[in-house]
Write a new protein. Structure first.
Length: 393
């Protein structure tokens, strides 16, 4: 496959370009080849990709410039042997100076005040184009094939798996450090602020932060935080993003003696999480995995508890690439990233795994944190336990 340096009518920057990253170049080229194979198989001439997840995926981690959340100002145009970035003059200098230089992308540039639709229509004119958003389908008379790209995007490549491992460690560390340092009387909003600060210091974008105190999730399973002050315990969770990828970790801190039904509910949630992880095996359809988790709910006299909250999803270039529902027919394959997060009453757990050929790898491992080991079908699975701190501080 041929690749070309940016074709610009004007210099995009006076700054120096960064050196080519061979790993990123190979990652981009591999994805381009797979998309080119789809063009041939489906008899299209080109792809027009505009959604931020697909932009980050194909560029091996470059952020997609956006005017509003989810609304990109740059696009990718691909034929079988060329890849082009369509961007305005403001975004182009940043992208090619800092993110895309040396990765084989050409540049098609427009002035920032000119309509992007004109540029995209010019690129697509006379071609049969596959697109990843409905607005583009109408603009260029393209065919919407976002699911085809998602099927390529879900399983992570070598460079993406290594990024996911590093991201998982950073997210887990930030959540745990926050839990070790919060104090009774702090509000959920204050806890989330501490968590955001720790993530940002590690160059991780806080995508979804949750601080739920004193069993709030028993009533609202998707609660994220508010003005309530912590009196006894807090469930702290973060979904963080870097290089376009997303990863989630959840921890719970309890002040005082661990008594009452909360601890029991937490350990039931952990059993459910371990069961889900164990049976998330390559080659299995998720709808065949789910009954094994549902059976644990039933054995714990929690027959309808699972109906109160979602249980797991494939994660990656979106926090939820594919929601895993009881009747989901997705076949688990190696290198999927999956977040399991079952809950019982006010106790919720959650961690992210990578599916391997042999089983799974926990990418949000606990560090300087209590561990509980659960045996599922002979496999010992170590997951984060409750952190118990003295009620005096």
């Amino acid at each position: 496959m041929s690749s070309n340096s940016p074709d610009t009518s004007q210099p995009i920057s006076s700054g120096e370009f960064e050196f080519t990253d061979p790993e990123r170049y190979d990652d981009v080229d591999r994805k381009h080849r797979r998309l080119a194979e789809l063009l041939v198989a489906k008899r299209f001439d080109a792809w027009l990709l505009q959604t931020p997840p697909n932009f980050s995926w194909l560029t091996s981690g470059s952020p997609c410039p956006q005017s509003n959340p989810g609304q990109s100002t740059a696009a990718l145009f691909l034929t079988a042997d060329a890849r082009v970035v369509a961007a305005n003059n403001i975004d182009a200098s940043f992208l090619f100076d800092r993110k895309l230089g040396g990765l084989g992308f050409q540049l098609k540039q427009r002035a920032w005040h000119e309509p992007r639709e004109v540029l995209l229509a010019d690129l697509c004119r006379g071609r049969k184009v596959a697109v990843d958003c409905h607005s583009a389908a109408a603009l260029v008379s393209g065919t919407y094939l976002a699911d085809s790209v998602l099927s390529l995007r879900r399983a992570l490549g070598p460079i993406e798996r290594e990024r996911m491992r590093k991201l998982g460690q950073e997210v887990a560390h930030s959540v745990e450090a926050t839990a070790r340092n919060v104090e009774l009387g702090q509000t959920e909003a204050e806890i989330n602020a501490q968590l955001a600060h720790r993530l940002l210091r590690r160059e991780v974008d806080p995508v979804r932060l949750r601080a739920c105190v004193d069993g709030r999730t028993a009533t609202y399973r998707q609660w994220t935080g508010g003005a309530s002050e912590m009196k006894r315990c807090a469930m702290i969770s973060a979904t963080g993003s870097r290089d376009g990828l997303h990863c989630t970790a959840t921890r719970t801190v309890l002040f005082g003696l661990p008594t009452g039904g909360f601890v029991e509910a937490f350990h039931k949630s952990t059993m459910l999480c371990a069961t889900g992880m164990h049976f998330t095996q390559s080659g299995m359809m998720f709808r065949d995995i789910w009954p094994k988790v549902k059976r644990i709910y039933e054995k714990q006299n929690l027959v309808d508890e699972w109906r109160l909250a979602d249980q797991a999803e494939v994660t990656g270039y979106r926090p939820c690439e594919t929601l895993l529902t009881p009747d989901c027919e997705l076949i688990i394959e190696p290198h999927l990233a999956i977040c399991w997060h079952p809950s019982v009453a006010g106790a919720m757990v959650g961690d992210t795994i990578l599916v391997t050929d042999e089983g799974f790898e926990l990418v949000t491992p606990a560090s300087d944190w209590p561990i509980i080991t659960i045996t599922v079908k002979g496999e010992a699975i170590s997951l984060p336990d409750l952190l118990v701190r003295p009620s005096g501080g």
